[in-house]
Design a protein around this ligand. Sequence first.
Ligand code: ATP
Ligand code: MG
Length: 506
Amino acid sequence: TNTLFDGLLAAGQSEPSRRFALLPDGRHYSYGDVETVSARFANTLVALGLKPGDRVAVQVEKSIEALMLYLATVRAGGVFLPLNTAYTPAEIEYFLTDARPAVFVCDPRRRDQLQPIATAAGAAIETLGIWRSHEESAGSLSDKALAASERFETVARAPDDLAAILYTSGTTGRSKGAMLSHGNLLSNAEVLRETWRFSADDVLLHVLPIFHTHGLFVASNTVTIAGGSMIFLPKFDADEVFKYLPKATSMMGVPTFYTRLLDDPRLNRDSTAHMRLFTSGSAPLLAETHRAFEAATGQRILERYGMTETNMNTSNPYDGERRAGTVGFPLDGTELRIADPESGKILPDGEIGVIEVKGPNVFSGYWQMPEKTAAEFRADGYFITGDLGFVDPDGYVTIVGRGKDLVITGGYNVYPKEVELVIDELPGVVESAVIGVPHKDFGEGVVGCVVAKEPLEEDAVIAALKDKLARFKQPKRIVFVDELPRNTMGKVQKNVLREAYKDLLG
Ligand code: ATP
Ligand code: MG
């Protein structure tokens, strides 16, 4: 058997006529189509020289065929390596040189530009674009797949074999390649299906990118293993979301999707009453957004927490209280603890420290970075996530920020989230990001970057915080910005802010 491919498709393949995906161009994919199309791509990869363990690097627009390429790679025993569509050729060069894929699949429009880079990295280059009609080519890989057999003998793969290398988002530094095994991915799909009650009756509105763990694994794998179906849209677009929402039972999103939906007059109880589940992750969902969404729709967004390296770690409960501002409980099979970042000493409930996790979901290490890997694991096998948080008396986990974003001023720790929550409460403030910037006396000083919906004065904001925060936590400066810099997953890029304001405190 092939652990991941057979595990994900067991339910669907028993009923090939069952719907797998509805596409915006009106086409449907059944589970039988998944079988035959993934076979065609698998045959094509093997003909290109792919051997078990070889990487297939892919930078293409989101499409159902790109998803089939993922399944085909796994099926052929290869290692799928998706790349953010926003990466520039210079970035692609880093990834290809690092990962040494056997095959690199890119957008047809970028082939000429990327060909020399692929060749230098020793990869065969192919293209995959958007399918428009039988008359029009959707890229060289697609053409070859159409000519290939729709039967393929799935290559056997054990739970410990690699299924994917996923590069982290690069929010805190250079992206690292997380090596994910068949067992890592399958176990997480199983536990998410159970935790979130996915079944063959589910229709997921899929609007996330598929180069990231959220859209590729959390969304697609969970639906597939449940034998459910997806409405597979190229991206988040509010008009499209409202068009397809009536046909869906669930949607997964990043926080910015929810804030955008909240700005839309079509979001109300009627348009969402039939929905079973909305989930959020990849970045913190403000408790405020959670409450506003409930007020508008009656739906309580289920927030969960994960990362590229670990798949999903925690989730708010399906039944039971979904507590705004928290990421819920460790998933079944995942152990979570809070440790002192320096000493590694395990801390009691309620104390803030670094979140560490262990379980079948946790990756085996960073691709070709044995030292980095060793540094991020404790001797007893726990992975040090780098996220700071605490566990409350009821067992809910709260994330207070990333270790790298912690501000240390005059020897005191300031958790940005605590200051952000107070700033966000002030009238006229939309949102904020608190950072530490170099300060000659204190090492670092607290600076608040604020998005305001009406003109605010810096002095007035600082004054308003005076009796709400201990002196060392109070921002020394407030800067007003039109919006916070975010990446495609809605993550605030604090390193961009730190760089922009590094000289602010002199
Ligand atoms: P890099 O590791 O390259 O700096 P990254 O950590 O942003 O980038 P990802 O693996 O995509 O790369 O993101 C995982 C991180 O996202 C987590 O470590 C955590 O900081 C954040 N995250 C995910 N879900 C949540 C959540 N519900 N609340 C708060 N933070 C979250
Ligand atoms: Mg990370």
